[in-house]
Design a protein around this ligand. Sequence first.
Ligand code: FE
Ligand code: FE
Ligand code: ZN
Length: 277
Amino acid sequence: MLKIGCHLSASKGYKAMINDALKIGANVFQFFTRNPRGGNAKNIDEKDISEFLKIKSENNFGPILAHAPYTLNACSKDEAIRNFSINTMADDIQKMELIPNNYYNFHPGSHTGQGEEIGIKYISDMLNQIISPTQTTIVLLETMAGKGSEIGKTFQEIQQIISQTKYQDKIGVCMDTCHIFDAGYDIINKLDDTLYEFDKIIGLNKLYAIHLNDTKNPYKSHKDRHEKIGQGFIGIEAITKIINHPKLKHLPFYLETPNELEGYAEEIKLLKSLYKD
Ligand code: FE
Ligand code: FE
Ligand code: ZN
C-alpha cells in the first residue's frame, strides 16, 4: 500500500492533524514542530497526544514526520544563531519522544560564507550534541536545492555530515524531489543512476522518507520553489516512476505542494491511482 500524505497545519494539535489526514485519504503526514519562523513550541497536551496515538494505531498509519523550523541554521557563522538552532532542535527531539518511533527532519543549514567544510563540521557537531543513543526518533537530513550557501545539495555533503556523527543509527535522509532536481540530479531521465549514486555514497538503507514535490523551475536551477504534482518541470510521468520504483515504493511520501486540504486530497487520490501494489 502506498504510504502517502502531506504537510498539515499543527495549530490545533495532533488529534486535529490525524483527523485531517484521514479525511483526505492520507496514512502519513508532516507538520512543523513550531512556527516555521522559529518561536515557541506549544505546551504539551497529554490528552491530545494519547487520543492521537490511539487513532494512529487504529488506522495503520505510517511514520509521522516532524519538520524543524526552516529558519534554523546549525552552521551559521553567527554563534548565537547556531546555539539557538541547537537548543531548539534538542527541545524538539525531546518532545518527539512523546510520540515515539517517528522522524524529525531538518535542513542541514547554510554556511553563510565560511565554506562547506566548516559548515559540515558544525552540523555534525550539532547532531553529536542533540542525539542520544537511546532515543526512538530518527533524525533526517533533508537534501537541498543549493540556493545561496546551502549545505546538503550533493549526496557527498550529506554523507560527510553523517560520517562525523557518533550515533549514525539514529540518523537518516529525507530526499526532496524538487530539491534534488533543482540541485542537479536528473530524476526524469536518470532516476536509476541517481539512486545508484545515492546508494554508493550514502547507502539506500539511510533513506527513510521522500518529500514528493514538483518544481516551478527547470533542472539545476538551485531555486527551491515547489509546484503541484504534474504541473511543474518534473512532471507526472517521472513522479509515477518515483512512487513505483522498486527501491522507493516502500517509503513514506510527503507532499509539500502549494495546496490546501482539498488540493492535497486530489493529489493523494491521483497518486494512489498511479501506484502499483
Ligand atoms: Fe524542508
Ligand atoms: Fe522538503
Ligand atoms: Zn523546499
